[in-house]
Write a protein that binds this ligand. Sequence first.
Ligand code: 8YV
Length: 325
Amino acid sequence: MKPKVLLYRAIPEQERQRLDEQFDVTCFNSVNDANQDAFLAALADTEGLIGSSLDLPPERLDLAQKLQAASTISVGTDQFDLAYLAKRDIPLMHTPGVLNETTADTLFTLIMCTARRAIELSNMVREGRWTSNIGPAQYGTDVHGKTLGIIGMGRIGYAIAKRGHFGFDMKIQYSNRNRKPDAEQDLNATYMDMETLLKTSDFVCVMTPLTAETEQLIGAKEFAMMKPNAIFINGSRGKVIDEAALVDALSNGTIRAAGLDVFEVEPLSGDSPLCKLDNAVLFPHIGSATTETRLAMVTCAVDNLINAMNGDVSKNCANKELLDR
Ligand code: 8YV
């Protein structure tokens, strides 16, 4: 009898076949009001869980009394309560590493699009409003040679800094829970407190995980510390910033512009005030969204689930306390 696994998003057929070889799989391509009851019934009966982009708090997972392991197709683990899972001895596996470069490419795309007003000016052309030579009203700002401040120098933050250092001769500075000697040696990065970083960076890029400590990390006070011509980039999670405070900062000229790949509520509503701001570049959470990388993430997550269901959580286990079991 194969263990029961609940898959809660669509995955490529080749990876679905690998799951079917090992497990008795029940699949929900998405979870919504219409199929919520069926999903919860399947959750109550499953031993393994794999998917992404769905909050699974303790009150939901209390239903899953047979659960042995969970595997998220993401590096972020904020859709779960790690301490709760550890208390139940349930490993949460994730996909660190496979998406660093793609996500860093996306964030640097945001930096360039925001600095050079690429989306706004492309729309000007598309809408037939390019009627004379470009002048100061359309100028953007340089990226090369500027100061890039990274809040959260993890794997992806390092990959972003690498692009800035080697590709654009940028001065790299960072704030982080702990020092990152590799960034300091390889990228000549300067470690500093967040307040100093906010006050001295031309580009501020947030790449922290969403935790109790980082929720609303950047709000009105922090935006007010930034340089008036600063550009703010968020590729972490929407809840790491106070989105209403960002709207005010962009509207009042507290900062020059913002590039966002994540939002407090996703999908972002078209009625959001952010959608009415020319100095806000908005991507629909496409950080890792390439064919190659999303396949690599699914492959990694399927491997993780197979390993965890066989008792091996030595690689990619997010609740590290289980490693000492
Ligand atoms: C995921 C992400 O692709 O990995 C993460 O934490 O935010 C994205 O790269 C997204 O969660 C959908 O799977």
